[in-house]
Design a protein around this ligand. Sequence first.
Ligand code: HSE
Length: 392
Amino acid sequence: MRNKLNIGLFGFGCVGNGLFDVLNKSNLLDATISKIVVKSPNKTRSIGSEHFSFDKNEILHNEEINVVVELIDDAKAAFEIVSEALSRKKHVVTANKKMLAENLDTLLALAKENKVSLLYEASVGGSIPIIRNLEEYYNNDSLSGVLGIVNGTTNYILTQTNYGKDYETALAEATALGFAESDPTLDVDAYDSKYKLLILIKHAFGVTLSPEQIFNYGIRNIKPQDVRYASEKGYRLKLFSRGEKVENKLVGFVAPHFITEDNVAYNVNNEFNSVTVEAMFSDKQLFQGKGAGAYPTASAVLSDVSALQFDYSYEYKKSNNTENINFTNDINLKIYAGASNLAALDIFQWIEKEEIFQGKDYAYVTGIVNLKNISGVDFNKEHDLFFAVLPE
Ligand code: HSE
């Protein structure tokens, strides 16, 4: 039996508007948006003002509404809305990765206590159905890795700068296309990728990490010399989120990677994302699709809403078996690091240096570092230098 879904929607930005359209275009769902609550009364919107309210209680206190779809970008306000919706026994669908990453276990406990579902496929990888696959399909196989490109904005910037565009223009385009966060620092400094990795790790390995545990380094400090180094070697630059488990050791971090043509992510361009799942029996499998933008993200929200027709909820079975898994940053990485002078690169506490170059106003080193030794540094703020992980 299908449940009739009466939706209260919070937010009518890029994805909210997209959801409104896709819901109207898809006639397969028995679901209606009864009310939309937005913050600003003064914005021009694509549909009539009769659809909107500015009072969150018009959804939260409405007994007829059984599903709350939360698509606002303020993580704190979203947490209040989602917590209250769950407490009032409404199912929740959200795309808010920051809110989820900062409050995952609290929200899961609330959903469980109130016997309602909290679904968030759209929070990672846009249109890619990765969370439900990790939950259901990879329920039996033992996973050893979940890694890839999970931020459309930075992948768009890296692709476009590779074609010769400058960084600022590419970022402005990613914003205009609806890919970037309202605060694009979250994209370019890899916070968004880290929140998404935290969610992937929860569903792949059952472990809840806190955002502070995961090292994140983005792409804002890349210089023309670094791009030249990469192109001379035939590398492309991608921002990778990596969650890897070897026996009972779990590693998770986000950093730029120089990759070669044989890497499956080499041709994943623009706002496309890709996630590779590594498992004991099925080996490596690649998921790829549009990771940002109104309709791709709305399609994942729609899929969650659709799943609620049949009372779907995540079961978190892997979380029952995590006591022996230890999170660590103790991993050796082969990296390239460039800066204006060699002394600036001492920050890396090199275990081994392979190549050393010193020019007039540019120097670089390649070699081995341990993530544990550098993870206390916020490299996003070290504007003079840039580093990327090299192919194995
Ligand atoms: N800013 C995000 C990105 C939106 O660029 O991937 C989708 O989560």
